[in-house]
Structure formats: C-alpha cells, structure tokens
Write a protein of this length. Structure first.
Length: 427
C-alpha cells in the first residue's frame, strides 16, 4: 500500500524546479505552488508581468494534489444561507461564479492542451437519511427558481440505477459537474505557466514578507530575498507562520483518501454504473468516485487528526470499513493507496479573497478548491492588474476570530468532530 496521493503517483513525472537562482526583483511574487498560485502565475504572466512563484515543497504537493479530484458546481454554503447573509441578488452572483469556475477549468484544459481526463460526468448528492431526501426536493426547487440551475431528483429506486448500493435514500443529480485527474491537471497548469513566462521555484520557502518604504515588498526566502511590486498569498490550508494574519483566519482540517486496487471495468460499473461523482449529505461525509483506470477513490474526514504515516494508516482502516459498509461487494478488494492532507476552511465556510496589509490573497475554499482555486487565480490576476470588480468575493471580509487562543493550530477539531459525528447518528 502506497502512502502517497494516487493522483501524483500516476501523473507524468514532475521536473525538478529547485535550486534556481532568485531574481533581484519581480513584478509579482506568488507564494504557494498549488492551483491558486499556478493559475495566478499563468494569468499574470499572460498580462506581461514578470512573475516569480515560490513553493516550499514540490509543485502540487499540498491540497492541490491530495483531493478527491472533483470539479463540482455549487456554493460552499446552502443557497438559503447565502440568501440570508447576502441577499438574493448577491447570492445569485456568488452561485454563478462557483458554476463558472468549472467552465474555466474546462477552458484551460482545452486552450493549454492539458490531458487530464476532464469529464462532465455529473455529481450525485446522495441523501444519508430519508429526511435529507426531503431537503433535496426543496433544494431542487430553489436551485431552479432562484439560481437558474436545473438538476434531476432521483428517488431511492431510481438511484439504484446510478449507484450499486442500498445505503442512501435518493439523490440530487447535477449533470454538469466534472471529474478530472488532478495530478495531470497540476502538471499541465505548471507547464502552461512556464510557457507564459512565469518562473517556478520549488523547495524555497518564504519566511517573511515586509513592506518597504517605497510600497514594494521584501520577500525573504530560504535562499535569498526578492523585491516584488505585488505579492499574492496562495497558501490556503498550508499557510504557515510567515503569513500570521492569514494563518489565524483559516482552519486546516484533515481529510483522508483511499484508492482500491483496479476493480476491472465490470465491477467498477456495478459500483458506479455511469462513473458519477458521489458526495453524501452527512456532516462528516464521504466523497467517492471511480478513477480513469477503474479503481474506487473513497475519501472523508476519517479522523480529526493531522496527517502523518501512522495517522494515515489508521484513517485508511476507518475508510475501508466505511467503504465496505456502503459497498459490501468490495469487501474482498485490496487498498493500493492511502494518504492524508489538509483542507482550508474559513469560519463562515466561504472562500475569501482580496487584500490585507497590501498583500493580495485567495483562500478558504472549504473543499471546493479544484475549480475555485483555478477561477480565483485568474480573478486575482485581474484584480492586481487594476480591475477589482473581477473578484466575485469582493466585500466579503473574514469574520472575527471566534475561537480563543487560536493561532493556526486547530486544537478544537477533535471536539467539533465528535459533535458532528454524534449529530449524524442522532439527527
């Protein structure tokens, strides 16, 4: 069993971008080599900016290479909550941005020739309990009437044609959500950024960012200091002490994934006949999909613990038990991959993007990072080029920090996890 992300292990080999000599000065310094950073670097370089991207590990080694490889439509909070917070017109504007984000990924894969198995296979939002199915009926009406989004409601009997399991109580199908091979996508996006002229530097962490008297920034790294006219923070769940203001405003939540041995096409189609993406309605839920080579990827918040080799193995055992509970026909199937990673959450469960103390940022994707990180990288390149209206998240500030003594280490997560798991069992 490999304890590395399947998506990175089966992507084309990534070149070594470490050990490069730093320039003295650039127009834009991007901190973070995930999808937000790569998209920002690509789109800024296309505008003619001299761009330097700095990644403390390897390109795509954080959440961008460790996720469920889903590119789904839909906002990170309910439409009702969005309407309550922001009013219907603004909620619709936000919802449209989340839908457009999937289009942006598709456009990039086509324009840049990124072969990453992008496929509008559709997403099944499955109901864990009968009352959740009733909520999905109301959700379908709301999406159609107020957000122009047509979905398909599937009864428990109809769901059986879409999912080889009797575990769930119906579903809401979004036909236009997409799956892709995120490792291949990150690989291709990095190459596209370099073709546009961006410089990508690996294994060179940023240690501090300070404002110079002339308004520029001094970006200190392991291997030297660079002066930048603009700085973009694109670190999300992997934000460290070099960016303390952002670190306090994000909660890094562990998520874990197992991938089975190849099932063969026949068994794979018995499990998910139309290769849909599957996300359940639990508070502590699962995300499930088939890989291009007919394995099952099964992820979730198995344990509220940091990712390390021992923790990942324990989490993998939890996920295997839960997978077999949903798909008993897989009880004999071996697990080839297990890994963990971190997902960046904001306290109000919606992404945030803008400028703080002169530093631009986009973070807190709450599990919707594949499409939204790509989209927001493009948007923030526009913002830095003098077009603030391009930011769909403008005006949505980070909420006040509600947790005492929080400095970036989420000591409270085990308690929150126990609460939500109990809520799933009891309500």
């Amino acid at each position: 069993m490999k304890q590395i992300p399947y998506w990175l292990d089966t992507a084309p080999p990534f070149p070594d971008r470490s050990g490069k000599e730093l320039p003295d000065a650039v127009d834009v310094a991007v901190i973070g080599g995930g999808l937000t950073g790569l998209s920002t670097a690509l789109h800024s370089a296309r505008k003619g900016a001299e761009v330097l991207l700095l990644e403390k590990d390897k390109i795509g080694s954080g959440a961008s290479g460790r996720n469920g490889s889903m590119c789904t439509q839909g906002i990170t909070i309910s439409t009702g909550e969005a309407r309550k917070r922001y009013g219907q017109p603004r909620a619709r504007e936000l919802y449209d941005a989340f839908r457009e984000a999937v289009d942006v990924v598709e456009e990039l894969t086509e324009k840049e020739g990124i072969d990453c198995d992008f496929n509008r296979c559709g997403r099944l939002g499955v109901a864990y309990k009968p009352e959740h199915f009733e909520q999905k009926k109301a959700q379908q009406r709301d999406l159609a009437e107020n957000f122009g989004h047509e979905t398909v409601l599937l009864s428990p009997a109809e769901l059986r044609a879409e999912l080889g399991s009797d575990y769930y109580h119906g579903a809401l199908l979004d036909p236009l959500s997409a799956g892709l091979h995120v490792g291949k996508y990150v690989h291709g996006l990095a190459e596209a950024a370099e073709r546009a002229g961006a410089r990508l530097h690996e294994r060179n962490a940023v240690t501090a960012v300070t404002r110079a008297p002339d308004g520029s920034f001094l970006v200190e790294t392991w291997h030297g200091t660079v002066r930048a006219k603009q700085v973009m923070a694109a670190t999300d769940a992997y934000t460290d002490r070099s960016l303390p203001w952002f670190r306090k405003r994000l909660v890094s939540v562990g998520s874990f994934v197992i991938v089975t041995e190849p099932l063969g096409e026949e068994l794979a189609r018995q499990v998910i006949p139309k290769a849909r993406l599957v996300v359940d309605s639990k508070n502590i839920g699962h995300y499930i999909r088939l890989t291009p080579d007919h394995r099952l990827a099964f992820g979730g918040r198995a344990r509220f613990a940091p990712s390390d080799p021992a923790s990942d193995r324990r989490s993998g055992a939890v996920l295997k038990r839960e997978m077999v509970e949903i798909f008993p026909q897989l009880s004999h199937v071996g697990i080839d991959y297990v890994w963990g990673g971190s997902v960046g959450f904001s306290y109000d469960r919606i992404p945030h993007a803008g400028q703080a103390d002169g530093v631009y940022y986009s973070m807190g994707y709450c599990g919707h990072g594949v499409q939204m990180a790509t989209y927001m990288g493009r948007a923030m390149a526009e913002v830095m080029d003098g077009h603030p209206e391009a930011n769909p998240l403008r005006g949505i500030g980070f909420p006040k920090i509600p947790v005492p003594f929080y400095n970036g280490t989420a000591w409270f997560l085990p308690f929150a996890g126990a609460y939500y798991k109990a809520k799933d069992r009891l309500t």
